[in-house]
Design a binder for this molecule. Structure first.
Ligand SMILES: C[S@@+](CC[C@H](N)C(=O)[O-])C[C@H]1O[C@@H](n2cnc3c(N)ncnc32)[C@H](O)[C@@H]1O
Length: 276
């Protein structure tokens, strides 16, 4: 049996969908996202056997789980290993050597990849820490996202071989093995897998993580570009609270904090900030 064609959404229905995603994630989506919304949501409506947006909105109203599926469908999850390599070079050459000399107490480092998508960023941080700090350090990277699907990919630790192009060859050989269950895939070695903890968390909800968690380094890259100014300010406050004094925050290369008005941060260049 053929599905009935889906009735295109009205402007009001698009606005309502934008309101839901903006309220849930802090985005600033508006009518300019009509094409993206339609192209990504039509498949979902088909799957649910719904042929118009009015019924879908009524479904969203009743089902909080569906609101998260909506958010997953309308976010961009593009990521890669060692994305924006200058930041990883800075981490390896400057920041971690300084951190290890200044660190008092146990040799322990806690990092957070906030908006981690499928985990390539978190594994890149863990590899850089292992390589720079050495074996006798206790290294943990927390990877959080709102997308359960992306976190699932990260927690299997299995990636298409072609995604490893941006990983230096000697680290490819050291940290990845052929995936016995999937041809053309490689899997991170157990030691690296154990260093990364995957968890769902909405950056707008500071109760999504246990209150005691404090970090030395936070990466939150290529997330702010989608957010409203208010959401960005709220999340910068949240990161300030979660970081140890002297901790570091990495943003995406086109994202920044206005340090002329927010004196809690020292800019180190390359969209990297130090909590004063
Ligand atoms: C473009 S990816 C960036 C991935 C990685 N940080 C990088 O730079 O390669 C953005 C990720 O942020 C997540 N995201 C967006 N808004 C979020 C929010 N309010 N809370 C948690 N994650 C969010 C999306 O689900 C998506 O996986």
């Amino acid at each position: 049996m053929r599905n009935k064609p889906i009735l295109p959404p009205t402007n009001q229905e698009i606005e309502e969908i934008c309101r839901i995603i903006n309220e849930t994630l802090g985005f600033n989506y508006g009518s300019q996202k009509k094409y993206l919304i339609e192209s990504r949501l039509n498949k979902r409506l088909l799957k649910l056997g719904i042929d118009n947006y009015q019924t879908y909105l009524a479904h969203l109203e009743q089902d909080a789980g569906e609101r998260y599926i909506l958010c997953e469908l309308l976010t961009t999850n593009v990521t890669s290993f060692f994305r924006e390599p200058v930041q990883f070079e800075y981490l390896a050459r400057t920041l971690l050597p300084r951190f290890s000399t200044e660190k008092k107490g146990p040799k322990k480092i806690r990092c957070w990849s906030a908006g981690s998508s499928s985990g390539e960023e978190a594994y890149s941080i863990a590899i850089t820490c292992h390589e720079t700090l050495g074996k006798n350090w206790d290294i943990k990277v927390l990877a959080t996202d709102i997308s359960v699907e992306q976190l699932k990919i990260g927690s299997t630790g299995s990636f298409p071989r072609e995604k490893l192009k941006s990983v230096p060859a000697h680290w490819r050989a050291k940290y990845f093995r052929p995936d016995q269950d999937k041809p053309d895939h490689v899997r991170v070695i157990p030691e690296l897998r154990r260093a990364v903890l995957f968890r769902t968390a909405n950056l707008l909800d500071n109760k999504s993580l246990p209150p005691h968690i404090r970090l030395d380094i936070i990466f939150c890259r290529n997330v702010f570009i989608y957010l409203s100014k208010e959401a960005r300010l709220q999340i910068v406050d949240y990161f300030n609270y979660r970081l140890h004094p002297g901790g570091y925050l990495f943003l995406g290369h086109s994202e920044s904090i206005d340090t002329t008005s927010d004196h809690r941060w020292l800019s180190l260049g390359k969209s990297i900030y130090k909590k004063r």
